[in-house]
Design a binder for this molecule. Structure first.
Ligand code: GLN
Length: 536
């Protein structure tokens, strides 16, 4: 039977609960335990798929095609666990299921209530994942901040579970803020005390506190927090800011967090260090041999979380090449407005255009592709990035004036990107895109094949529009290489331009499969090409 770790957050949001959860997963996995994660999000959307990135940040896509919270991305990057549809539970999902049951008459005449029906639904969803995955430890991260009205049913559910499971089977970890007040020259423990107080009011007693702080705490402060918050002294963990998120597991391990968790969960496991993680990932992050400047041209550039997996995959590509990747974030709308591409992209060793939706900034992206293609700067297009690369090629190489995607211009004379028949009649927007993992067969003589070193690959998708096969032959005649296609539907998955040293654009999202110690092959080779370009 799986044991449970419940992670809550207090005082403010953005404390890095997701990184903390992933780091704990990493430590337990290093001790030989099998783990999984569940992220509970207390909003009414059934999933984040229909939310704007400004509301939610990146939507992370799982192998089985679920649109989920980006914290699950951290978990897959830090551990070997694979997340899926049921790894992200939202209030919307829970209510949807309860209301469907009520309509079916499953509640046999009872009044359906938050307690016990909603809380039971939450508990059963958590237990089902733990059971189906057959893991030793299930980590449950509760989104939001303690004290929010909307997270109360989730907190009540984990309170009940902890009580039902009993000691040694479940554990509460609270991530809290320990602000350092410069004028007073000290840390302030009051917000943490209040936040733990709020938890206690609803019957949750944290076993371990992870104190997020910008300066290290001393023993006296730890003892004070332990005394005021009812936790053991050894259970107050200093979670001081680090330069690279991948250092967090090491910081926790140094303070014995893995031993502490094992002791509290009455689990036995061999001790092990974080070998490759420490010697390869951290070592290279800290002392890279060179620097590579990559421009990312997107629409949600001001938001650090909007392209989370892309930025991480670039870092991984850097690690593989022993290089620090300096990311130059460019708002494509700025290029659209004044057309001065050189001003924004000059000096880049590589240009990446990530996924996206909607018309804003599209012309700027097309100009960015043209700039990279003509200057022979390594270019990597992802999803929308491949679509704009196709449009640029059609317009500027094939002479198809006003070629476009029907997403941006329904009347374009050359719809080189368009909707598949099955997408044309779709009315509901939620979970109806081409989602999740699909097969792709690579063309042997391509940069992509060179990167993957195999012919058959699987990659995750999240898009509605496709390369329009009606134009395939005409584009190929002008030198476009179709480097990968879906074997069943013959959809174009990768385009390349062999007259350019490294021009690769894919319809799928390779960033979701990249890991710090195993960079995705396309990201790895993109950075290799960029480093070569930079040193030439
Ligand atoms: N908007 C495009 C589509 O729906 C691309 C989507 C994406 O980049 N994820 O096909």
């Amino acid at each position: 039977m799986s044991k449970f770790i419940f992670i809550t957050g207090g005082v403010v949001s953005s404390l890095g609960k997701g990184i903390a959860a992933a780091s704990i997963g990493k430590l337990l996995e290093a001790r030989g335990l099998k783990t999984t994660i569940i992220k509970c999000d207390p909003y009414l959307n059934v999933d984040p798929g229909t939310m704007n990135p400004y509301q939610h940040g990146e939507v992370y896509v799982t192998e089985d095609g679920a649109e989920t919270d980006l914290d699950l991305g951290h978990y897959e990057r830090f551990t070997n666990a694979q997340v899926s549809k049921d790894s992200n539970i939202t209030t919307g999902k829970i209510y949807y299921s309860v209301i469907l049951k009520e309509r079916r008459g499953d509640y046999l005449g009872k009044t359906v209530q938050i307690i016990p029906h909603i809380t039971d639904e939450i508990k059963n969803s958590l237990k089902k994942v733990a059971h189906d995955r057959n893991v030793d430890v299930t980590i449950v991260e509760i989104g939001g901040t303690v004290g929010d009205i909307e997270s109360l049913p989730f907190l009540e559910a984990i309170r009940q579970m902890r009580w039902e499971l009993g000691e040694g089977y479940a554990l509460n970890i609270h991530v809290t803020l320990l602000p350092y007040i410069k004028s007073a020259g000290e840390h302030k423990t009051k917000p943490t005390q209040h936040s733990v107080g709020r938890l206690r009011e609803i019957g949750i007693l944290p076993d371990i506190l992870l104190c997020r702080t910008e300066r290290h705490m001393d023993k006296e402060q730890k003892d004070k927090i332990a005394l005021f918050c009812n936790v053991d002294k050894e259970s107050v963990i200093d979670a001081c800011d680090v330069k690279h998120i991948y250092e967090v597991p090491l910081v926790f391990q140094k303070q014995g967090l893995d031993d502490l968790i094992l002791k509290k969960l009455k689990l036995k496991a061999d001790s092990k260090d974080l070998g490759e993680w420490k010697d390869f990932v951290i070592q290279r992050l800290k002392n890279p041999k060179r620097e590579v400047k990559i421009s990312v041209v997107g629409k949600y550039i001001s938001l650090p979380d909007a392209y989370k997996s892309i930025y991480e995959a670039l870092v991984h590509g850097g690690i593989a090449n022993d290089a620090r990747v300096i990311i130059n974030k460019i708002d494509s709308e700025d290029i659209s407005k004044n057309g001065k591409v050189d001003k924004y992209l000059g000096g880049s060793y590589g240009v990446l255009i990530p996924g996206g939706f909607g018309t804003r900034g599209i012309e700027g992206k097309i100009l960015a592709v043209q700039f990279a293609r003509e200057r022979k700067i390594p270019f990597f297009g992802i999803c929308l990035g491949m679509q704009v690369a196709t449009i640029e090629f059609a317009r500027n190489i094939c002479g198809f004036k006003d070629a476009n995607s029907t997403e941006f211009d329904t009347d374009t004379p050359y719809p080189v990107i368009s909707l598949l028949e099955e997408q044309k009649n779709i009315k509901n927007m939620g979970a109806t895109m081409r989602l999740g993992s699909y097969a792709c067969k690579l063309t042997k003589d391509s940069l992509s094949y060179k990167a993957y070193k195999k012919e058959n690959i699987q990659e995750r998708h999240r898009h509605r529009y496709e390369f329009n096969n009606k134009y395939r032959v005409q584009l190929e005649k002008k030198g476009l290489l179709i480097a990968g296609t879906n074997p069943e539907a013959h959809l174009v998955e990768i385009i390349e331009y062999p007259e350019h040293p490294w021009f690769v654009a894919c319809q799928f999202h390779p960033e979701f499969r990249s890991k710090p110690e195993r960079a995705h092959p396309l990201f790895r080779n993109f950075i290799t090409a960029a480093a070569e370009y930079g040193s030439s």
